[in-house]
Design a protein around this ligand. Structure first.
Ligand SMILES: NC(=O)C1=CN([C@@H]2O[C@H](COP(=O)(O)OP(=O)(O)OC[C@H]3O[C@@H](n4cnc5c(N)ncnc54)[C@H](OP(=O)(O)O)[C@@H]3O)[C@@H](O)[C@H]2O)C=CC1
Ligand SMILES: O=C(O)C1=N[C@H](C(=O)O)C[C@H](O)C1
Length: 269
């Protein structure tokens, strides 16, 4: 059987360099290009890439995906900073390439995907919820894509359950002290040298709290998810938002992806 031809963009970055090693080590995958800043995207077509793994920067991702869509190259996207506007742009880019698949994953680690699902499950049972995400000191975007997605899933579950919006009693304080408001869920971002990627979802109810915590301790935590996505995305045309849609057993919890439907694409990452 021929190997799937894979390229990595952002190949010299923290996660990109790990992805290069993971693709090289996979028996069924062939790393045909490893691109960094300044490299020509034509190298992707010249190398015959079938799937691109995009791990760059919010400023770079849209141009890279436009090229992929325009050339019918499937894409697995880890770069964060997604908004509904960006998703709409990507949908437009893919319109002329209906067989091309793009998986956008706010987080490739199984523990983080499960944390989001557990948070979604817990949301209806608690009055209060806040998210704290903690990352390394080089991260460009805040809140993290994972925290944004978590807050959106929790907010959607609260709405579905008919819960009231959370009331913030703060009348005195400094700007920013209560974090960013993501769909009515406060999200607090910590940036600290020595950290990698961590998140706590805190729920509060009558006389009790529940804390869900996930820690990515090494970039290897993202590799099984990236490899799964690379192997799966050629068979799934269009935009899929969230790795859970490629994970049997977790998919049933979330429904199918679709812009603005509260479960999949179109909600930012
Ligand atoms: N979904 C997930 O599970 C994960 C997602 N991420 C996301 O992945 C992205 C990258 O993270 P990280 O590896 O930490 O960041 P890094 O800054 O370490 O790596 C990004 C790399 O992309 C390169 N780059 C920037 N612009 C371009 C471009 N136009 N073309 C090609 N390469 C380019 C950078 O080059 P230069 O150094 O010259 O700027 C750098 O080598 C971020 O958005 C992050 O949030 C990270 C971890 C997990
Ligand atoms: O920049 C990172 O490092 C990470 N980014 C993703 C995010 O924004 O959620 C995934 C993970 O948290 C690591």
């Amino acid at each position: 059987m021929s190997k799937l031809r894979v390229a990595v963009i952002g190949a010299r970055g923290r996660i990109g360099s790990e992805a290069v090693r993971a693709v090289e080590a996979a028996d069924d995958l062939d790393l045909v290009a490893a691109l960094g800043r300044g490299d020509r995207l034509d190298a992707l077509t010249e190398a015959g890439a079938e799937v691109v793994v995009e791990l760059t920067h919010p400023d770079a991702v849209m141009g890279n995906l436009e090229f992929c869509a325009g050339h019918g190259i499937h894409a697995v996207v880890g770069t964060t900073g997604w908004t509904p506007e960006r998703l709409a742009t990507l949908e437009g880019q893919l319109a002329g390439s209906p067989g091309t698949g793009v998986l956008i994953a706010p987080n490739f680690s199984i523990g983080a995907v499960l944390t989001m699902q557990f948070a979604r499950q817990a949301a209806r049972w608690f009055e209060s919820v806040e998210v704290i995400e903690l990352h390394h000191d080089k991260k460009a975007d805040a809140p993290s894509g994972t925290a944004t997605r978590t807050a959106q899933l929790v907010a959607a579950a609260r709405r579905e359950a008919g819960l009231d919006a959370q009331h913030d009693p703060t009348t005195h304080g400094l700007d920013g002290a209560r974090g960013a408001d993501v769909d009515g869920v406060p999200v607090h971002s910590v940036r600290l040298r020595g950290l990698l990627a961590h998140q706590e979802v805190l729920f509060g109810g009558t006389g009790e709290t529940l804390t869900l915590r996930h820690d990515s301790l090494h970039h290897s935590s993202f590799m099984p998810g990236i490899l799964l996505a690379v192997r799966t995305v050629p068979g799934v045309p269009g935009i899929t938002f969230g790795l859970e849609h490629f994970l049997t057993g977790v998919t049933a919890e979330t429904g199918t992806a679709g812009p603005g439907d509260g479960t999949g694409a179109g909600e930012g990452a």
